[in-house]
Design a protein around this ligand. Structure first.
Ligand code: PMP
Length: 407
C-alpha cells in the first residue's frame, strides 16, 4: 500500500492547485461532491481519445476494448462493495436513481395497502421522496425513525416501529448533513427479523467507510461515484440476486431485452435487465479509476486523517464566538455542520468564499431534518483525506475574522 501523506496526495488533484478570489482554494464541500484525481480525468480522456465506441455491440476492436473496460469497471465496483457476484452490480446515474429504481421496480410491484416503509429523520430527500411516491401509488405508509439531540438515530424507537407490516427499511450509512454514522449492520439484522427488505443509501459511506454488503447482509446498497472521487453521472446499485431476478424492469428500451417482437418482449438477465440504453461508458471507466486510486491506500489511514481534521474542528469551535456545532454524534464521518449566532448560513458561505474557502450552506437536501432540529439550515464544512490541518485552521481563522467584523 502507498503510505498516506497528505501533501503528496494533494498533488494528485489538479483542481486543488488554484487560487479562488485571490486565495489558495480550501475545498470543504466534499459531501456535495469530491474532487477527482488526475488518474480519473486521464482514464476518461483516454477512452474518448483512443477507444470511444458503444459497448456490448462488439463487431469491431474499439467496441471490444470499450466493453472490456466497461465490464472490468463493474468488477471493480463489485470488489469495492464485496458483492458476491458481478450480476448484482447495476449501473445507475447515482444514489438518486438507484433508490428510484428500487422504489419503482421492487417496491411498486410488491407493496400492498397498509404495508410500511421505514426511513429515518436523518435522510436526504433522495431517500424520502421516492418512497413517498411509491407509498402514494401502492397505499403503503411511511414511518420515520426519530433522532436524539445529538442527531443519532433513536434505536429504541426504531425497534418499536418494526412490525409484521414493515416491508422496507431504507436508511443512510452516514448522514450528509450531520455526518452521523448509523449502526446499519444492527439495523439490518433487526429489519430481517420482521422479514423486511433493506436498502442502505451509501452516498456518504463510499468515500469514507468500509463497505461489505455480505457482512452487512443488506438487500440493496447504493453509491454515487462523484462523492467517492469519481465522475458525475454514474453510480452503482448492489442488489441481492434473488430480488433482482424477481423484479420487473425499471426503464425499458435497448440493452435490457432478450428478444423483442410486437407480440411480446422478453427481458435480459440482471444486471442488463436494469440498464436500458447506452450507458455512461466514460463515467464507468472513470469510476473504476477512482476505485483503483483509493485502493492504493489503507482506508483506515485515510479515515484516521479525516477523523483528526474533525477533531481539530471540534477543538477550534469554541474559539469562534456564538458558534454552535449541529450534529454531535459519537460515530461520524468528517462532516462539521454548524451555526453562528447572528449570521445567516448563506451570508457566512459568501464571506468564507471571499477567503477562498468552499463550504455548503442551507438545508443540505434534508429539510425534514432541519425542521426537526428547528434550524433553517446550517453551514457545513465536509473534509476529504486531501484536506490539511492548516486548512481547518484557516477556516476557523476566517470565522473568527468574520465574527469580529459582522457581529
Ligand atoms: N443520499 C445522501 C446521503 C447524499 O449525500 C446524496 C448526495 N448529496 C444523495 C443521497 C444523492 O446522491 P446523488 O445526488 O449523487 O444521486
Amino acid at each position: 500500500k502507498r503510505p498516506f501523506d497528505v501533501m503528496s496526495v494533494r498533488e494528485d488533484f489538479p483542481i486543488l492547485q488554484q487560487q479562488v478570489n485571490g486565495k489558495p482554494l480550501v475545498y470543504m464541500d466534499n459531501a456535495a461532491t469530491a474532487q477527482k484525481p488526475l488518474a480519473v480525468i486521464e482514464a476518461m480522456n483516454t477512452y474518448y481519445r483512443e477507444f470511444n465506441a458503444n459497448v456490448h455491440r462488439g463487431a469491431h476492436s474499439l467496441s471490444d476494448r470499450a466493453t472490456g473496460e466497461f465490464e472490468a469497471a463493474r468488477d471493480k465496483v463489485r470488489a469495492f462493495v464485496n458483492a458476491p457476484s458481478r450480476e448484482e452490480i447495476i449501473w445507475v446515474r447515482g444514489v438518486t436513481e438507484a433508490i428510484n429504481l428500487v422504489a419503482q421496480s421492487y417496491a411498486r410491484s410488491t407493496l400492498q395497502p397498509g404495508d410500511e416503509i421505514i426511513v429515518s429523520q436523518l435522510e436526504h430527500h433522495a431517500n424520502i421522496v421516492p418512497w413517498q411516491i411509491v407509498a402514494q401509488q401502492t397505499g403503503a405508509q411511511i414511518r420515520v425513525i426519530p433522532i436524539t439531540p445529538d442527531a443519532e438515530l433513536d434505536m429504541a424507537a426504531y425497534q418499536a416501529l418494526l412490525n409484521e407490516k414493515t416491508r422496507i427499511v431504507a436508511v443512510n450509512h452516514a448522514s450528509n448533513a450531520m455526518g452521523t454514522v448509523n449502526p446499519v449492520k444492527e439495523m439490518i439484522r433487526l429489519a430481517k427479523s420482521v422479514g423486511a427488505v433493506t436498502l442502505i443509501d451509501g452516498a456518504q459511506g463510499a468515500p469514507h467507510l468500509e463497505i461489505d454488503v455480505q457482512d452487512l447482509d443488506c438487500d440493496f446498497y447504493a453509491i454515487s461515484a462523484h462523492k467517492a472521487f469519481g465522475p458525475t453521472g454514474i453510480g452503482a446499485l448492489y442488489g441481492r440476486k434473488a430480488l433482482l431476478e424477481a423484479m420487473p424492469p425499471y426503464q425499458s428500451g435497448g440493452e435490457m431485452i432478450e428478444r423483442v417482437s410486437f407480440s411480446g418482449t422478453t427481458f435480459n438477465v440482471p444486471p442488463f435487465k436494469f440498464e436500458a440504453g447506452t450507458p455512461a461508458i466514460a463515467e464507468a471507466i472513470g469510476f473504476a479509476a477512482a476505485l483503483d486510486y483509493l485502493s492504493q491506500f489503507d482506508k483506515a489511514q485515510l479515515k484516521a486523517h479525516e477523523d483528526s481534521l474533525l477533531q481539530l474542528a471540534a477543538e477550534l469551535a469554541p474559539s469562534v464566538p456564538g458558534l454552535r456545532p449541529v450534529g454531535t454524534a459519537k460515530d461520524k464521518v468528517s462532516v462539521f455542520s454548524f451555526l453562528v449566532d447572528g449570521l445567516h448560513p448563506s451570508d457566512l458561505g459568501t464571506l468564507l468564499d471571499q477567503q477562498g474557502i468552499a463550504v455548503r450552506t442551507g438545508h443540505h437536501c434534508a429539510q425534514p431534518l432541519m425542521e426537526c432540529l428547528g434550524v433553517p439550515g446550517t453551514t457545513r464544512a465536509s473534509f476529504a483525506f486531501y484536506n490539511t490541518r492548516e486548512e481547518v485552521e484557516k477556516l476557523f481563522a476566517a470565522l473568527q475574522k468574520i465574527t469580529r467584523l459582522f457581529i
